[in-house]
Design a protein around this ligand. Structure first.
Ligand code: UTP
Length: 478
């Protein structure tokens, strides 16, 4: 039997025969491309996924939800269930890991960035308040600053997707890797999943020779790390801890010694999976919270908390479910490998109902739906927390570490992120003795940008050549 006929038999047995309905009418090149694309999918798992996630709506996991306990180093910055830890002690541990070269940076940059609407990989988005440095440059500068401090090369792993991999690589090459050595950066694309018709469970075609595919979520990073050889490379070079962060937060500390120290503190953590949280700014903030569900630690989506739970306060007037996930994790290489090979049955999938434009091979027409017609499946990186033996969570300051760029305008936009960056750097300048203008609402009334190569903290600014004051409405860069 030829390749097309045997694939057709296989697809028909899976009730996906429509994918090849128009194959004969294609040019031989397009037909081969379509066959290759269909063959690249892991079909063994698809029928069960369709039954479990597409035809049914999986019920939210059951079990009582209670707040997770967290650690903080700042007594002023506490929410519920927090234990105070010694920052100095943790910092020393983390610094020892950095000095020994046991840590690599890992950026997940495979998302589609639909809400932002930027043409190109999100990491190329101009993010700094004055000079508009792209997100990738800001992280590269942090890595350069860390190398200067720790005295050796720090490896940077970047997960892309099939849709943005080539553009991301060219962007780095065009910018001479922002001063880093090309060999210290490894990029690899994440896995893709087909989109399913919500009614029938049939995989959708995007065009006559292409399936409708999208990235398999940031939780796909475990398998992508394994498949690409990144985990082998890390282990071969003595890297034990992966510092995971998202591409869309210009303030994300790429390598944080205190965070690494908590991860390595065997009293508090198994050293497998450690996370950061910031206290939610209010009950309505749409962010997942760290919590235990049925005794298992993880992130509970805001939509899974009842109003009563979201608004519940403890005796001191703080939200009970306050530990907002800001997507910063330290993951041990050993644990990442265990998750990637499906340890404890692997990570669950999450269903998202989306509008997906699709091609009908029977009529030859393309349909652009106005209502969600399709199901996409994604995995989430933090679901691995439930597999880790003793995951630890560190409370950090929102102002210092979190200024995400998700949306084209409003909350979590480039504009709000720029203001948050200026507020942070304005505060550093004030600590260094500079007069910084502030508006009545307390926000800094200037655009201020401090390169990680100049300073990584307020302390590092002290003693530098700084002006006595910043004029209202002006730009300041150093
Ligand atoms: P988001 O959940 O914000 O998704 O990703 P997104 O795709 O970037 O943006 P929207 O929802 O389409 O507007 C959070 C982080 O996870 C990465 C993103 O690149 C971002 O750093 N991510 C997300 C991946 O690497 N792969 C994915 O499949 C999804």
């Amino acid at each position: 039997m030829d390749r097309l006929a045997s694939l057709r038999t296989h697809m028909e047995s899976l009730r996906q025969g429509h994918l090849l309905a128009g194959a004969e009418a294609l040019s031989s090149q397009d037909r081969d491309a379509l066959i290759g694309r269909i063959e690249s999918i892991g079909w063994e798992a698809i029928p069960e996924l369709v039954e479990h996630y597409v035809k049914c709506r999986p019920a939210a996991a059951s079990g009582e939800i209670v707040p997770a306990s967290c650690a903080t180093v700042d007594p002023e910055c506490v929410c519920d269930s927090v234990s105070l830890v010694d920052a100095g002690d943790l910092r020393e541990r983390g610094e020892a890991m950095l000095l020994a070269g046991r840590v690599a940076a890992f950026t997940v940059a495979g998302g589609q960035g639909t809400r932002l609407g930027w043409q190109g990989p999100k990491g190329t988005f101009p993010a700094s308040p004055v000079t508009g440095k792209p997100l990738f440059r800001l992280f590269a500068e942090q890595i350069l600053a860390a190398q200067n401090r720790w005295g050796h090369t720090i490896r940077w792993y970047i997960m892309t997707s099939k849709a943005n991999d080539a553009q991301t690589r060219s962007f780095f090459l065009d910018n001479r890797c922002f001063g880093l050595d090309r060999r210290q950066i490894m990029m690899f694309p994440q896995g893709m999943m087909p989109a399913f018709d919500a009614e029938s469970g049939r995989v959708l075609l995007e065009g006559p020779a292409a399936l409708a595919m999208s990235p398999d979520g940031h939780g796909g990073s475990y398998q992508a790390l394994l498949r690409s050889g990144a985990l082998d490379q890390m282990e071969g070079r003595g890297v034990e801890a992966i510092s995971y962060f998202q591409v869309d937060n210009p303030l994300a500390p790429v390598l944080d010694p205190v965070f690494l120290g908590l991860h390595a503190d065997s009293e508090r953590s198994s050293g497998e999976f450690t996370s950061k949280m910031v206290p939610k700014c209010g009950p309505d903030e749409k962010v997942g919270v760290f919590a235990l569900r049925g005794g298992v630690p993880g992130v509970v989506e805001y939509s899974d908390l009842s109003c009563e739970q979201a608004e519940a306060m403890d005796a001191s007037g703080r939200l009970c479910f306050a530990a907002g996930n800001i997507a910063m994790h330290i993951i041990s290489t050993e644990f990442a490998r265990r998750v990637a090979v499906g340890g404890e049955d692997g990570l669950p999938w999450h269903r998202a109902d989306k509008k997906v434009t699709w091609y009908d091979p029977a009529s030859g027409e393309t349909h652009a739906p106005t209502q969600p017609n399709a199901v996409k499946l994604e995995r989430f990186v933090f679901d691995a927390m439930g597999i880790a033996k003793k995951p630890a969570i560190l409370e950090v300051s929102r102002e210092a570490e979190f200024a995400p760029i998700k949306n084209a305008s409003g909350v979590d936009s480039a504009e709000s992120s720029s203001q948050l960056q200026s507020d942070l750097y304005g505060g550093w300048l004030e600590q260094a003795g500079v007069t910084v203008p502030r508006r009545a609402d307390g926000h800094v009334d200037a655009a201020i940008e401090i390169s990680p190569l100049t300073a990584m903290s307020a302390e590092e600014l002290c003693g530098q050549n700084l002006p006595a004051e910043i004029a209202p409405g002006s730009d300041f860069v150093c």
